[in-house]
Design a protein around this ligand. Structure first.
Ligand code: R1P
Ligand code: URA
Length: 300
């Protein structure tokens, strides 16, 4: 979009009503959103969308911060795919700035990748975050001069944050249809604020004090099966959305944290396509108070 001045330091928008980081405005975003971690995944899944209106292309807009929004239809229902990139802050931008330009109830599904801690999550399966996700945060105070003396824990674990049961079930059913029943399972996810230290990965360069992190995590929540970086933020915002957002997530296991195996690139892409279609179908088939009107965006 054209650069215009920003107003309102509390919730910045430009003179066209475009949000500060995603760059979208009312009419360009649907109330059903598939949030994905990479542009490659988004463009691949956009192949399954139909245009928002006959005779038009898909709406596509990439902001100056690299957030790509693609809006079209799936099963004739308006739907957006948004590249969320990685981490808690980016998930926060996507949910809050999309919420600001959409009327009516919204549904978000995240399709991501993850590491597996224990069965039933296994390499190549899709794990639906049902019952939800916990948040693991590094605690900087533990690493400061008084941290050790005070016995502060280097990492903190939140209580589980629930996913929407209707959306989660819809995703499991659609995924079982496309991946086969043995290709999908459900379980508690853990979202970490780093790929490295707060997921228990160890390197020599930093004092991370995370030797016992995965064991401590399983003591805190024995049923945790997956580790990734966004789901808990999405679920927390949905829980706090005054009933205006339903959210769930499915994550493809590409790293086995016990055997250290990693899934091949070709298989990851196959699974992204199938799981992606399951997410799109679950979003399209979930009933919402749908106030999304005719598409009036100015995309390509
Ligand atoms: C880390 O490699 C990234 O992969 C996972 C994590 O949550 C993090 O974003 O998900 P995505 O594949 O959706 O990015
Ligand atoms: N994404 C993560 O955040 N962790 C993993 O182990 C794999 C993918």
């Amino acid at each position: 979009p054209r650069k215009t001045d920003i107003s309102d330091a509390n919730f910045p928008v430009d003179s066209e009503g475009r949000t500060y980081h995603l760059g979208t405005r009312r009419g360009e975003v649907a109330n059903r959103i598939l949030s994905v971690g990479s542009e490659k995944r988004a463009l691949m899944l956009a192949e399954y969308l139909q245009p928002p209106a006959p005779g038009r292309g898909l709406f596509m807009l990439e902001s100056s911060r690299g957030f790509l929004t693609i809006t079209g239809r799936y099963l004739d229902v308006p739907l957006s795919i948004i590249v969320t990139h990685m981490g808690l802050a980016n998930a926060d931008f996507v949910v809050r700035e999309s919420r600001a330009v959409v009327d009516g109830e919204m549904a978000f599904i995240r399709l991501g990748t993850c590491g597996a801690l224990q069965p039933p999550a296994r390499l190549g399966s899709l794990v639906v975050a049902d019952p939800g996700a916990i948040l693991i945060r590094r605690n900087p105070d533990a690493f400061g001069p008084e941290g050790e003396a005070l016995g502060l824990p280097p990492y903190t674990f939140s209580q589980p944050i629930p996913s929407d049961p209707v959306l989660s079930l819809a995703l499991q059913l659609e995924a079982a249809r496309l991946l086969g029943p043995e290709g999908v399972c459900s379980g508690l996810n853990a979202t970490a604020d780093s790929f490295y230290c707060s997921q228990g990965r160890r390197t020599a360069w930093f004092d991370d004090r995370n030797e016992n992190l995965l064991a401590d995590l399983l003591t805190h929540q024995p049923s945790t099966v997956t580790l990734e970086m966004e789901t808990a933020q999405l679920l927390d915002l949905a829980r706090c959305s005054r009933g205006s957002i339903r959210a769930s997530a499915g994550v493809i296991v590409l790293a086995d944290r016990q055997s250290n195996d990693f899934l091949g690139a070709e298989r990851i892409e196959q699974l992204e396509r199938l799981a992606g279609q399951a997410c799109l179908a679950a979003l399209a088939r979930t009933q919402l108070e749908d106030a999304w009107g005719a598409h009036n965006g100015s995309g390509t």
